[in-house]
Design a protein around this ligand. Structure first.
Ligand code: DX5
Ligand code: ZN
Length: 210
């Protein structure tokens, strides 16, 4: 299972990114929040561009925003692997998917804890990633919701049944206990924030995940 580190709760985000560069962490997870889709406002465009410039990892951009399209142009030259928007925006989703692809990014669709997997069925053949939120979006350091595991199992069943190609990413409250449970249900990418950024020694903390 790949790791995408969320630096939302890092004491010093730039210092954290420099530490991450020296690890085998796969992606840098950036939680863009607009203060509308979620109450919290996090990461300015300038900060994202600066973090991109100092990072050697590809960016996994999690857009908790009402209007993803308004950001794409500014980020068009960044070293981004995934741009993920939220299904709960509920409007122009096909237009958003198309626009993200036109910029050459892989596209992800995120679902909140209270959203059923069935609701995103029409989009599953069109996306490269499904991000299953295991906490309510808007803050780091929350408790992992165990009902997330059955959603991952359901998504894997749908992949099998319809030969979908998307990867499954889980985000929120993941520590060493839930890391193992996520591997058992065949999760492709785990987003880990506080469990890693709170640690004195990132390398040692990574060793607890196996
Ligand atoms: C929450 C964010 C998550 C969060 C993960 O809205 O999408 O990426 O930062 O951090 P932890 O691992 O602390 O829950
Ligand atoms: Zn996130």
């Amino acid at each position: 299972m790949k790791i995408s580190i969320s630096i939302l709760n890092a004491k010093d985000r730039q210092k954290e990114v420099l530490k991450v560069n020296n690890t085998n962490i796969n992606y840098l997870h950036i939680d863009l929040m607009d203060g509308k889709f979620v109450l919290n406002k996090q990461f300015t465009n300038q900060e994202i561009i600066k973090l991109n410039d100092i990072s050697t990892k590809k960016i996994d951009l999690h857009m908790m925003v009402e209007d993803p399209l308004k950001y794409l142009k500014k980020f068009s030259l960044l070293n981004i692997e995934y741009v993920t928007f939220h299904y709960e925006i509920k409007k122009d989703l096909d237009k958003i998917i198309k626009a993200i692809k036109e910029y050459g990014f892989k596209v992800g669709i995120a679902i909140n804890p209270n959203t059923n997997v069935d609701e995103i069925l029409p989009y599953l053949e069109k996306v490269d990633l499904v991000l299953v939120m295991s906490v309510e979006p808007g803050a780091g350091g929350q408790e992992f919701r165990i009902d997330t595991l059955s959603k991952v199992e359901k998504l894997n069943k749908l992949k099998e049944e319809y030969n979908f190609k998307f990867l499954i990413e889980v985000d929120g409250g993941i520590n060493d206990i839930y890391y193992d449970k996520l591997i058992k249900v065949n999760t492709d990418i785990a987003v880990i924030g506080t469990y890693l950024t709170k640690a004195e020694n990132l390398e040692d903390q990574l060793k607890t995940l196996n």
